[in-house]
Design a protein around this ligand. Sequence first.
Ligand SMILES: Nc1ncnc2c1ncn2[C@@H]1O[C@H](COP(=O)(O)OP(=O)(O)O)[C@@H](O)[C@H]1O
Ligand SMILES: [Mg+2]
Length: 234
Amino acid sequence: MTENAVPPAAPGSGEDDEPQAGRAPVIRIPGISLVVLVGVSGCGKSTFARKHFRPTEVLSSDFFRAMVRDDENDQTATADAFDVLHFVARRRLLAGRLTVVDATNVRPAAREPLLALARECNVTPVAIVLDLPEDVCAERNRGRAGRQVPPHVVSQQHAQLHGGLGELGREGFRHVFVLDRAAAVDAATVVREPLWNERKADMSVPAAREYAEPAQPFLPEPGTEAPVRDDGLT
Ligand SMILES: Nc1ncnc2c1ncn2[C@@H]1O[C@H](COP(=O)(O)OP(=O)(O)O)[C@@H](O)[C@H]1O
Ligand SMILES: [Mg+2]
């Protein structure tokens, strides 16, 4: 995996030569992010999203196709489905909710409106790329229940993905995590970094504490018990 997803090797361990070997990838993302999953049909995006994110955080193009046409396979619904998906993503991001876009996103033209949305809503755009070998994706496609994408479409998407893979940072993604083996996908964990306003309560510097909690007139000394509220409201 690229970027900062893999823990640093111990000094002198010699692991620098093979940064991915034997270590579980850790995907660190800001608490409010627009997470864009990228990968060909059948690579495992929806499975990955289910494993690491809440159902309400994941906006899937299949779900929105079904929403607008009662049929997640109806490709004529794609434009309408993305209109609604972008609308919901925007509302979520403006409300400060982490949002995951589960669609192939292999073409720059599909990613561009999502990057614009992240800029508009002032959240961090993160790409998580499931770049599994084409034969694995084709095999998974064959084995999936419901919609199966023809092999030539998988090949075409694979070529599109690789055409732009090196450009994701330049496109505007602040973090780009590439998982390029099935074992790495299965071992990966997603860690959400606390937001600034979640972190400030932990600060031990008095000036920062005062700034963080201006409404608290009697701040306990570090190491002492906080006053117990006894107003029946807790
Ligand atoms: N990590 C995995 N290991 C084994 N099979 C997987 C894994 N992830 C997905 N699959 C299988 O591959 C097929 C496609 O997965 P899915 O998550 O729907 O892909 P996508 O959303 O990228 O099209 C499904 O049948 C699923 O069960
Ligand atoms: Mg899917």
